[in-house]
Design a protein around this ligand. Structure first.
Ligand SMILES: Cc1cc2nc3c(=O)[nH]c(=O)nc-3n(C[C@H](O)[C@H](O)[C@H](O)COP(=O)(O)OP(=O)(O)OC[C@H]3O[C@@H](n4cnc5c(N)ncnc54)[C@H](O)[C@@H]3O)c2cc1C
Length: 404
């Protein structure tokens, strides 16, 4: 299958991209990636009166997709509120309390209480709330974008099934292995940070916990646990060499960026269970041991982004969410950044369409406002990892490809 590349990735486009959307009352907007960021921007655009919005998602519609706990801060919650999504639909436990516990020799030795400026949801609850609001005909599942061609002026999307779609604006919300980032900003490659977020959904009675609990049992690990519908969601961060990662999950971290339940081999289970036994207080170790439903995510780093929007022929392409800047999970900023960037982009495009605001200036203003938060989160991740003694030092990254 031929891969289509941008014809004008950074150079001068053949017609002015500034006027591209201004001459139409309804620009055609293609959103690539139907997870949290992609669904949010699609809904915001539809809500703002854009009617020609298509959302392309690579996963087939029939694929069951589940994800764990995600903390959303008030600005992101407010965006969802403005979309008319009631918090009760995606926040099962409204506790703001975070217990931060230092553990040594499997005993609690110091406990501090903090308040989180937001609420916890899960990927599954939030995605269901978002996707159920998409009008019929907007979401196209099983449609993987492979390239963009601007030879004829307007961006032309190439899809893996051989079809082509035109758009005035392409919004890449296609996650950390983003095709959009590879096309628009190819020098920014993902690097494995040397540790793994092991995740599990334990069928432990939820009534036992209401708050978020973070355990720090010493250098080289961290354990988070919180209640979710049907049990407890835990994340256990453990250092892991690339060779061990391949042994545990069947492929190197840069190829297996999401280890799904069927990728979790006996060696991965034994590794996590042994660390739980050795490091966690007995009740938490028991939670881990009782978990059959497990996943894992390699923690990755990337150079900070320097821009968010690119002219493509007579149109534009932008990167949002993890496609722009995948950040380490401890920052708890990935979904927050994606939702906030989506809201800012919808506002900029609305000013352009309704009031004739200059598109290039509007996109520049959007970038100016949201880029610093993305850059800050990229820098924050390695600092947290270093404090916890997790993974490889940030100064000696291991280069990897960002292909899936
Ligand atoms: C352990 C853990 C804890 C986390 N905790 C938090 C937290 O507390 N707070 C927070 O804000 N964030 C948190 N995050 C991060 C958050 O989960 C991600 O930042 C967020 O889900 C990214 O959403 P996204 O829509 O940008 O990308 P993704 O969810 O990765 O979605 C990308 C979508 O694009 C599709 N796609 C990919 N390529 C193509 C293509 N070529 N064509 C079409 N479709 C394509 C994929 O199938 C996918 O559906 C956490 C992450 C982890 C791993």
């Amino acid at each position: 299958m031929a891969r289509h590349l941008l014809t004008h990735p950074t150079g001068a486009p053949r017609s002015s991209p500034i006027s591209a959307l201004a001459h139409r009352t309804q620009p055609r907007i293609a959103v690539v990636g139907g997870s949290l960021t992609g669904c949010t921007i699609a809904l915001l655009l539809l809500d703002a009166g854009f009617t020609d919005v298509a959302l392309y998602e690579a996963a087939p519609g029939a694929t069951p997709r589940e994800g764990g706990l995600i903390g959303l801060e008030h600005p992101a919650l407010d965006v969802l509120d403005r979309l008319g999504i009631d918090q009760s639909e995606f926040v099962a436990y409204d506790s703001e309390t975070v217990w931060q516990v230092t553990v040594r020799a499997r005993q609690y030795i110091h406990t501090a209480q903090q308040l989180y400026p937001g609420r916890n949801t899960t990927w599954t609850l939030l995605h269901r709330a978002l996707i159920s609001r998409l009008p019929h005909g907007v979401l196209h599942t099983g449609r993987r974008l492979t390239g963009i061609d601007a030879t004829y002026g307007q961006p032309l999307l190439a899809l893996a099934d051989g079809s082509r779609e035109v758009a005035d604006l392409v919004v890449f919300a296609d996650g950390r292995a983003s095709t959009g980032r590879r096309l628009l900003d190819p020098s920014r490659r993902l690097r494995y940070a040397g540790y793994v977020a092991h995740r599990g959904h334990a069928p432990t009675p939820e009534a036992l916990m209401r708050d978020f609990l973070r355990l720090e049992p010493g250098p080289g690990c961290q354990y988070n646990v919180a209640p979710v519908p049907g049990g407890l969601d835990w994340t256990f961060y453990l250092t892991c060499t690339p060779a061990d990662y391949t042994d545990h999950f069947g492929a190197p971290p840069q190829r297996r960026m999401f280890a799904l339940p069927h990728h979790i081999g006996p060696a991965a289970r034994a590794h996590v269970d042994a660390h739980a036994t050795r490091l966690l207080p007995a009740s938490h170790a028991a939670t881990v041991h009782a978990t059959t439903d497990r996943m894992a995510v390699p923690v990755m780093d990337i150079d900070p982004p320097t821009r968010m929007a690119w002219p493509v022929g007579s149109g534009w392409a932008v990167l949002l969410g993890d496609a722009l800047a995948p950040v380490r999970p401890h920052t708890a900023r990935g979904a927050n950044n994606g939702i906030e960037q989506a809201a800012g982009l919808a506002a900029a495009l609305t000013q352009h369409r309704r009031f004739g605001a200059d598109l290039q200036a509007a996109l520049r203003g959007w970038q100016h406002r949201h880029l610093p938060a993305a850059v800050a989160a990229v820098h924050q991740g390695p600092a947290i990892g270093a404090r916890l003694g997790l993974g490889t030092p940030a100064r000696s990254p291991q280069p990897t490809s960002n292909s899936t």
